[in-house]
Design a binder for this molecule. Structure first.
Ligand code: NAI
Ligand code: 13P
Length: 326
């Protein structure tokens, strides 16, 4: 097996399909025995990515040990589970390509920091960008940022995962690529709220643009480069997920905007809406860095049930007038 994928959710399955489309034998590790069985017997992940016929070059397993012989590993667990899953593997020397979007609760660490602590000998790359899993799995065109410190290693990984309809763009800014993906999830919840409450398309565009200002302020404070945040992994993904109920984060926000209870919405989920986990740790990290993120704060209040939609909107609209620049 040459490429291994850790995580049999929608995105891990879609990335396994991309890998297999290049003729690579691909091993997909999934936690759920029913996912392993469905992929191996029916060539479909009917739990997390129904309706997509999967390549015969994909084999699924529920044994992490089976990944030992892979030459590269794509890591696609939900962000809050990445440390434990990586720590459960033997020491790895193959490249780890992190595809999850989030910030670790408690530590406020980015996934590349978490992965480095769990697997210090592995080269770490971050793959992030505007990529709804079902479109990628169906072979529709998409482009991503592939961030890795070592350029030669990056070129090798890019060559390995690039396909005619899947274009990685290289970067060495892991922090920027990760902050873009993590922050946009929280902003997508805010845009969903705008939709659910019927606040209009002007308001949504305002949230995208002022949200991008928040992302940029926070990213620069954590050492990201502005050009990365303005690229596929930042602005590109922000625009995608702030515009469609195909985004689980947007859909969660839409429910909040329609007046549903946050706890009930979250308890009801089988799939992950990363923004709900990222929002509180992001608010704290921003406060620690002295960065204002009022939209992120509003999402936190809604998720905690500590303020109504109308109250957070009024709060945002009554902030002191200021210059547009960062
Ligand atoms: N679905 C998408 O279109 C995209 C998702 N991503 C990111 O990929 C990551 C994974 O998301 P999806 O594949 O969409 O997941 P999903 O929402 O389709 O499935 C949930 C996943 O969580 C896993 N899980 C649940 N409890 C777990 C535990 N205790 N330990 C380890 N894993 C556990 C399940 O096994 C399953 O793989 C997230 O960080 C997400 O932001 C990134 C780009 C696109
Ligand atoms: O990250 C994604 C697309 O790039 C998927 O967004 P959601 O997790 O909100 O569905």
């Amino acid at each position: 097996m040459r490429i291994g994928v850790i995580g049999g959710g929608a995105w891990g399955t879609a990335l396994a399909q991309v890998a297999a489309a290049g003729g690579e034998e691909t091993l997909l590790w999934a936690r759920e025995p029913e996912v392993v069985e469905a992929v191996n017997l029916r060539r479909e992940n009917s739990v997390f990515l129904p309706g997509i016929s999967l390549s015969t070059a994909i084999r699924a397993t529920d044994a992490l040990d089976d990944l030992a012989g892979c030459e590269a590993l794509l890591v696609v667990t939900p962000a809050q589970h990445m440390r434990r899953v990586l720590a459960g593997l033997p020491a790895l020397a193959v490249p780890l390509v992190l595809c999850s979007k989030g910030i670790e609760e408690g530590s406020a660490k980015l996934m590349h920091q978490v992965a480095h602590e769990a697997q210090p000998a592995a080269a770490i790359a971050v793959l992030s960008g505007p990529t709804f899993a079902h479109e990628v799995a169906a072979g529709l065109p998409a482009a991503v940022t592939l961030a890795i410190a070592d350029q030669a290693a990056g070129e090798a990984v890019a060559a390995r995962i690039a396909r005619p309809n899947f274009r990685p763009y290289l970067s060495d800014d892991l922090t920027g690529a990760e902050i873009g993906g993590a922050v946009k999830n929280v902003l997508a919840i805010a845009c969903g709220v705008v939709e659910g409450r019927g606040l209009g398309q002007n308001a949504r565009a305002a949230i995208i643009s002022r949200g991008f200002a928040e992302m940029t302020r926070f990213g620069l404070a954590r050492g990201a480069r502005a050009e990365t945040l303005a690229g596929l992994a930042g602005l590109g993904d922000l625009v995608l997920t702030c515009s469609s109920t195909s985004s689980r984060n947007f859909a969660l926000g839409k429910g909040l905007g329609e007046g549903a209870d946050a706890k009930a919405l979250l308890a009801d989920r089988k799939t992950v809406a990363e923004g709900a986990f990222t929002a509180p740790v992001l608010r704290q990290a921003a406060a620690d860095a002295g960065v204002e993120m009022p939209i992120v704060g509003a999402v936190c209040d809604l998720l905690a049930g500590s303020a109504s939609v109308d109250a957070v909107v009024e709060n945002l609209l009554s902030r002191p007038l200021r210059a547009e620049g960062l």
